[in-house]
Design a protein around this ligand. Structure first.
Ligand code: SF4
Length: 329
């Protein structure tokens, strides 16, 4: 079947992935492979903008790749690689930075947010982050980029940079990427309040053992207004119920919805059921993960091979870019 075009997406190397990563990105990455030629990049250079130490960078890159592959990303079709393995992206970033107004970069809400989060490390790389992101996207002549509503302005900005470049050099060499609006669910952590994330330690790792998973699930905060077992609960405001809707069979979800509201089921029992269903769902992933992780060389081979394929596309684009700028040969 012919594909609809090329998709690009990048993610920082955050190590072992959690349910939030899976539901928010990986699941979609896997699905996109059906209709698109996919380019998935582990953006280690982006990560350096806010990283205090790089000692876990290699391990985190490896662990994240293992999880991606175990979840169903197929490296024989999709290009899976590490950003720094394609130095052309740094070159393109420099050229694009010449057509990007500084004031626009420092005005972006994401930059202001980063300044708030990292007041002691407001570096040049942080300011140019959206330019490097644009270079990532256009270097691979991507047609579409999957983004959630909140990231839409970033892609619009990338499109502006592309237009400025093409206008400045009187060329059409860079392709304006299209937005592929994607429903990205906000997955709450076990605290039931904040977005699931490693830094908040409110996450459930995909690769955790069934026992570890059960323990994390049993710590999940439920309907905060349900103080006693005999109180009726409200599934609509309960994070455990939101997760049941994703991982449990429809009849069980229906039963919990009804029984919770009339105190027919307790939260402990409800969480045990969720843990069992989650573990059953994750079983094939864990089996595949164990198989992949038993061959470390294979994982690095995937990334190196992906890098080779990515560099081939990148070099083609860069020859056109250099010619468009009229750089001396
Ligand atoms: Fe949430 Fe289940 Fe407890 Fe209801 S019974 S409040 S859905 S954990």
């Amino acid at each position: 079947m012919s594909k609809k075009g090329r998709v690009f997406s990048g993610a920082r190397p955050t190590g072992r992935q959690h349910l939030g990563n899976y539901l928010g990105a990986i699941k979609n990455y896997v699905a996109l492979q059906e209709n698109y030629e996919c380019v998935y990049c582990i953006v280690d250079v982006h990560a350096l903008t806010t990283m205090e130490t790089t000692q876990d960078l290699v391990q985190n890159t490896y662990d994240m790749t293992v999880d991606w592959l175990a979840a169903g990303i197929r490296p024989e079709e999709s290009i899976v690689f590490v950003q720094s393995h394609v130095p052309q992206v740094m070159e393109l970033h420099t050229y694009l930075s010449m057509v990007t107004p500084l004031g626009k970069l420092t005005d972006l809400p994401t930059f202001k947010e980063k300044v708030r989060d990292h007041p002691d490390n407001i570096n040049y790389g942080l300011v140019g982050y959206p330019v490097l992101m644009t270079a990532d996207i256009v270097l691979y002549k991507s047609d579409v980029v999957p983004v959630g509503v909140d990231q839409a302005p970033h892609l619009e900005f990338a499109r502006e940079i592309v237009r400025s470049f093409n206008y400045r050099y009187g060329t059409k060499v860079l392709k304006e990427p299209q937005m592929k609006n994607t429903e990205i669910p906000k997955v709450l952590g076990i605290d039931g309040v904040q977005k699931m994330g490693k830094s908040l330690n409110n996450h459930i790792e995909l690769a955790a053992t069934p026992d570890e998973t059960r323990q994390r699930v049993m710590q999940m905060v439920t309907d905060p207004q349900r103080a006693k077992r005999t109180d009726p609960g409200n599934p609509e405001i309960c994070n455990v119920f939101s997760m049941h809707k994703i991982f449990s069979p429809a009849e069980e979800v229906q039963m919990i919805d009804t029984e919770c509201r009339r105190a027919g089921i307790g939260c402990v029992d409800c969480k045990k059921r969720f843990a069992a269903n989650l573990n059953a769902n994750l079983e094939p992933f864990r089996a595949k993960r164990a198989e992949i992780a038993s061959n470390e060389n294979y994982v690095w081979d995937v990334l190196h091979e992906g890098g080779k394929r990515a560099r081939a596309i990148a070099e083609e684009t860069m020859s056109e870019v250099r010619a468009a700028i009229q750089l001396p040969k």
